[in-house]
Write a protein that binds this ligand. Structure first.
Ligand SMILES: Cc1ncc(COP(=O)(O)O)c(C=O)c1O
Length: 480
């Protein structure tokens, strides 16, 4: 399979012949290496990683699919039976250059041969300094200083800690429906699902949630009304509950991700920037899902022509290697103070080497422009489906971060969670890997690789359309 994603379905026998996910060549029941129970060896041979994992893996993780995955090549991910799926989920906006990318894989191998870890507290490493330079160059002025962590959540935690320490203020304002992560600080500003908060209180004090300008769901497609409504609510909050002078930071996803792929209107982001300036509040943009060229710009906030004080980055930065980062102007991190925050693994050299390969590939292959062009094609294709099927209430997004909102009735916009959940599975049956999101789980999110081709986008739309057609209007599908 090459990187074009043309050959989507590969039979198990063909894959086995190719030496791919055939699993353990020993007969079932043959004892594995010392310490591997024979029953586990048999499960591996069968490719049943679910049965292998269930007895000892924590049941805490929710899963979209009860499938066993084996390997990825280009824009195709293969299950353990050798079936290929066009991957428009990208590990939730993470493997944005696809799987087994030659430059990324080579960079990881080279760095692994050289040095896995020393901890940045011990001194300086070339890939770490280089990736920081590239990230700073990819941000508008005056954002020039990078702190590395291991994940998106850690980037958010770092941003919150920086904001409180530097401003000396307690207040943090976040938007309803946002997802920023699952540690106590990040969970305190997350409300895309009640399950992320339930049973964990008391959460971080001095956190205030305010309505997000969700144009489709709450403001009848009217961006001006959404901007006025959400800004009005925010000004009321600052007038009645916490004065602006006590707020350290306002944090926003320029395109709300888990909450339903809802872009904040340009005017709203501009007014928010102005309000922060008026009150000496730091504006934090969480670009963990929307950043690194996904939306047809390097950062989604660029669509509004604003510059935040702090940018949170993770996911696609190292195409699947764990990494997180915040970027701010130097003066803020100088005032944060030496030793005010830290990490053992953050800025791991192997992750940074992968990140360098990602940033180079984006620049060399013009992938920001590609995401913009492919995104236009994707939206046009999905709107074509919408014209023929009134279960689709809205198609929206920027670049290759596109949401399709499913409704029971276009007039009332009642969310159709049932069809959305069934559609994720029906798409997989068609050979398309895709996920849903939204506070009602009724938004299908398209996150294709940013180096996708026009043919792959067309194929994804076709498979999605076929999956939707396979579902009767009650949301169930034959065979699910
Ligand atoms: C916008 C946003 N912020 C933060 C996070 C948390 O990132 P992580 O899962 O890497 O901790 C996510 C993860 O989905 C996210 O989408």
């Amino acid at each position: 399979m090459d990187r074009t994603g043309q050959e989507l379905v590969v039979s198990a026998s063909a894959a086995a012949t190719a030496g791919a996910p055939a699993g353990d060549p020993r007969p079932a029941g043959d004892p594995g290496p010392a310490g591997t129970p024979a029953s586990d060896t048999a499960l591996v041979a069968k490719g049943d990683y679910g049965a292998l994992s269930t007895p000892h893996l924590s049941p805490i993780l929710g899963r979209y699919f009860e499938r066993s995955w084996d390997r990825g090549e280009g824009h195709t991910i293969y299950d353990s039976a050798g079936r290929g799926f066009l991957d428009f989920a990208c590990g939730i906006a993470t493997t944005s250059l696809g799987h087994h990318h030659p430059a990324v894989t080579q960079a990881i191998k080279d760095q692994a041969d050289k040095l896995l870890h020393i901890c940045n507290a011990l001194g300086y490493l070339e890939p770490v300094g280089q990736l920081a330079t590239m990230l700073a160059d990819a941000c508008p002025d005056p954002l020039d200083t990078v702190f590395f962590g291991n994940s998106g959540t850690e980037a958010v935690e770092a941003a919150l800690k920086l904001a409180r320490r530097v401003t000396g203020r307690p207040g943090i304002v976040a938007f309803r429906g946002a997802f920023h992560g699952r540690t106590f600080g990040a969970a305190s500003i997350t409300s895309s699902s009640i399950n992320y908060r339930l049973g964990y209180e008391p959460l971080l004090p001095s956190v205030y949630l305010t309505p997000f300008p969700n144009v489709y769901r709450y403001f009848g497609d009217d961006e001006e009304a959404a901007t006025a409504g959400a800004m009005g609510a925010l000004r009321t909050l600052l007038g009645h509950e916490i004065p602006g002078s006590s707020v350290a930071a306002i944090i926003i996803e320029p395109i709300q991700g888990e909450g339903g792929f809802s872009p904040a209107p340009v005017a709203f982001l501009r007014e928010l920037r102005a309000l922060c300036d008026e009150n000496g509040i730091l504006l934090i943009c969480d670009e963990i899902q929307s950043g690194i060229a996904r939306t047809g710009k390097m950062w989604a906030f660029e669509h509004a022509g604003i510059v935040p004080d702090v940018v949170c980055v993770a996911k696609a930065l190292a195409n699947g290697m764990p990494i997180g980062a915040i970027v701010s102007r130097r003066e803020l991190q100088e005032r944060w103070g030496v030793g005010a925050h830290g990490t053992t693994f953050g800025g791991n050299p192997v992750s940074c080497a992968a990140g360098i390969a990602v940033m180079k590939t984006i620049a060399e292959q013009g992938l920001i422009a590609n995401a913009a062009t492919r995104g236009d094609e994707l939206i046009a294709g999905l709107r074509g489906l919408m014209a023929a099927d009134d279960r689709i209430g809205d198609v929206r997004g920027r670049g290759l971060m596109v949401g399709v909102e499913l409704v029971r009735d276009r007039a009332t916009r009642e969310p159709d969670t049932e069809t959305s959940e069934a559609l994720v599975q029906a798409c997989a049956e068609q050979g398309l890997l895709i996920l849903n999101c939204g506070t009602h789980h009724n938004v299908i999110r398209f996150l294709p690789p940013i180096d996708a081709t026009a043919d792959e986008i067309a194929r994804g739309v076709e498979l999605f359309g076929a999956a939707l057609q396979s579902l009767p209007r009650n949301g169930t599908s034959a065979g699910i």
